[in-house]
Design a protein around this ligand. Structure first.
Ligand SMILES: [Zn+2]
Length: 59
């Protein structure tokens, strides 16, 4: 009896079997979508407040 998992991309039931090389995804397409999303997040730079300009307190 194979283990059933949910495809992380579309939520479809997927049999976790050795034959399913895309597990835990249901298909190559869903795997690519997930990898793409992950790669995009990698390029999101956290917003950091710029350091205060030391010359700001003019005289
Ligand atoms: Zn899927």
């Amino acid at each position: 009896m194979p283990t059933i998992v949910d495809c992380p991309t579309c939520g479809k039931k997927v049999e976790w079997t050795a034959e399913n090389k895309y597990r835990p995804f249901c298909s190559e397409r869903c795997k690519q979508i997930d990898l793409g999303a992950w790669a995009e997040e990698k390029y999101v730079i956290p917003v950091v407040n710029p350091p205060k300009d030391p010359n700001e307190d003019g005289n």
